[in-house]
Design a protein around this ligand. Structure first.
Ligand SMILES: NC(=O)C1=CN([C@@H]2O[C@H](COP(=O)(O)OP(=O)(O)OC[C@H]3O[C@@H](n4cnc5c(N)ncnc54)[C@H](OP(=O)(O)O)[C@@H]3O)[C@@H](O)[C@H]2O)C=CC1
Ligand SMILES: CC(=O)N[C@@H](CCC(=O)OP(=O)(O)O)C(=O)O
Length: 318
């Protein structure tokens, strides 16, 4: 009898957070990967299954430093830490085990030309076997999916009104993830110069004016994008453009109806649509929705890891 194929060892640094939690669930079910290191300072020594029922029995959170994690013989390492903390981990892997496939969920390397920026449906053709992958932001993913099919037809800045569930603000307590303060509220923040505004502007080579808000729901975000157009379009042409870009994508759906956040919460899919044109055909409004913790973070990370490992992109996702 043939032995089952050896599974690749994956480590998760920042595993206690909202994104880490989603990744544990996805990775526990992945046919080619074995959760070999699960990092948390707060839960050091505790069994993962106590917090994540999907996790394999006997796996414990650990709290090793960067050099010790880099010595764990990992084939893949994922950083799901707050922004600004990635550098020592990258340096440790560069030194000890440079061939490990390293994916960072933070914003730290999204502007680094030496890294592959992984928004699969828009960038996978640029993947050139890099071992360092930067995962896009949740809002940035939704905005780029709304804008990309019309990029060459823009006449000026694109305004994006964003609304996110409060899991987007992570687990560190703040007004932005306090369900009591958010009750019956919509909380605007970061109304100019948000890091995702710069990320989308850089990737799409256009002006973006992004106005984010947090709402009282836990997960799922929505972008309403206002696109000024350089010439008059009709709706059939618009639909054909979006269908041409996304029609064959297993994780994207184009819809005539206005997409609702509730339709994608808890799923790895994004929905783009609700196309509405001004009477002169020169102003288009497009809505894009996704789950900030999945297509906006964990499941998109897994798409990228699959790509980096040469596996079908939806392995362990669909
Ligand atoms: N939430 C979202 O919707 C999205 C998040 N992202 C990005 O993904 C990353 C993770 O986000 P999220 O899960 O929400 O964040 P959380 O705040 O929920 O989790 C952060 C994780 O990092 C660990 N951590 C916190 N501070 C430190 C530190 N100083 N040193 C080492 N470990 C630390 C925490 O565990 P412990 O304290 O136990 O060590 C925890 O596991 C962030 O970079 C975020 O910007 C990207 C897209 C969407
Ligand atoms: C509601 C909320 O606070 N959302 C976060 C976005 C989370 C995210 O995507 O973080 P990255 O910066 O790693 O992309 C924010 O606006 O900063």
């Amino acid at each position: 009898m043939n032995a089952p194929p050896k599974r690749l060892r994956i480590g998760l640094i920042g595993a206690r957070g909202y994104v880490g939690s989603e990744l544990i669930r996805l990775l526990a079910a992945h046919p080619a990967l074995e959760l070999a290191y699960v990092g948390s300072r707060e839960r050091d020594g505790l069994e993962v299954q106590r917090f994540e029922p999907a996790a394999p029995a006997g796996l414990h959170y650990r709290n090793l430093g960067p050099l010790d994690v880099a010595r764990e013989a990992l084939d893949v390492a994922v950083l799901a830490l707050p922004n600004g903390l990635a550098a020592p981990w990258i340096e440790a892997f560069d030194r000890i085990r440079p061939d490990t496939l390293l994916l960072d969920l933070s914003a730290d390397y999204r502007f680094d030309a030496g890294w592959y920026y992984g928004l699969p449906e828009l960038t996978r053709s640029a993947y050139a076997l890099q071992r360092r992958i930067s995962n896009p932001g949740c809002y940035a993913t939704a905005m780029q999916l709304a804008v990309a099919p019309m990029r060459d037809a823009l006449a000026g800045a694109v305004q994006c009104f964003g609304v996110s569930g409060y899991s987007g603000a992570g687990t560190t307590p703040s007004d932005k993830n306090d369900p009591v303060k958010l009750k019956d509220n919509l909380m605007p923040y970061g109304l100019v110069g948000h890091i995702h505004e710069r990320e989308v502007a850089a990737r799409m080579a256009c002006d973006i004016q992004f106005m984010p808000h947090v709402a009282p729901h836990f997960r799922g975000l929505s972008i309403t994008a206002n696109l000024p157009l350089a010439r008059a379009f009709d709706l059939d042409e618009i639909r054909a453009r979006y269908a041409g870009c996304y029609g064959n994508e297993p994780l994207l759906e184009v819809s005539d109806a206005v997409p609702w956040t509730s339709a994608v919460a808890g799923t790895p899919k994004a929905l783009v649509g609700g196309f509405t044109l001004a009477a002169d055909g020169r102003r288009l409004v497009v809505i894009s929705v996704l789950d900030n913790l999945l297509k906006g973070a964990a499941s998109q990370a897994l798409q990228n890891i699959n790509l980096g490992l040469g596996l079908p992109e939806t392995t362990g996702i669909l």
